[in-house]
Ligand binder design. Structure first.
Ligand code: AMP
Ligand code: ZN
Length: 114
């Protein structure tokens, strides 16, 4: 089976603009940024959607949030604020089926989101 595009980033086959990496997560800049900071934080392990997560994955998802916290620190957004978004399935706007957390900031974020 061919690996998904984000798995290819984890394996090094495709080289994204990496912002942060640790044993469990990889964070890289979105190709089509929707804000001055638009970074995707992904688990290195493949899950298509958040529907696949099991109770034992709770720590990994916590590490995703900590990855986002790190990205915000790196881009100087910790104080002014940033948004973390996880889209699950097409109705929510998911287009890449490997879990990813969007980290958006550097401009005023509106609520409710579109
Ligand atoms: P979503 O619509 O929530 O599935 O988000 C997928 C995101 O992946 C979009 O914001 C895309 O711009 C981004 N994306 C797709 N391919 C790449 C790539 N090769 N490198 C960086 N970001 C990508
Ligand atoms: Zn994948």
């Amino acid at each position: 089976m061919t690996a998904c595009i984000f798995c290819k980033m984890v394996s090094g086959e495709i080289q994204p603009d990496v912002v942060y990496e640790d044993d469990d997560v990889l964070a890289f800049r979105d190709l089509n940024p929707q804000a001055p900071t638009h970074v995707l934080v992904i688990p290195k392990k493949h899950y298509s959607t958040t529907n696949e997560l099991q109770p034992e994955d709770a720590e990994l998802m916590g590490r995703l949030v900590l990855g986002a916290q790190k990205v915000a620190e790196i881009d100087g957004l910790s104080e002014q604020g940033y948004r973390m978004v996880l889209n699950c399935n097409e109705g929510a706007g998911q287009t890449v089926f490997h879990i990813h957390m969007h980290v958006l900031g550097g401009r005023r974020m509106n609520w409710p989101p579109g």
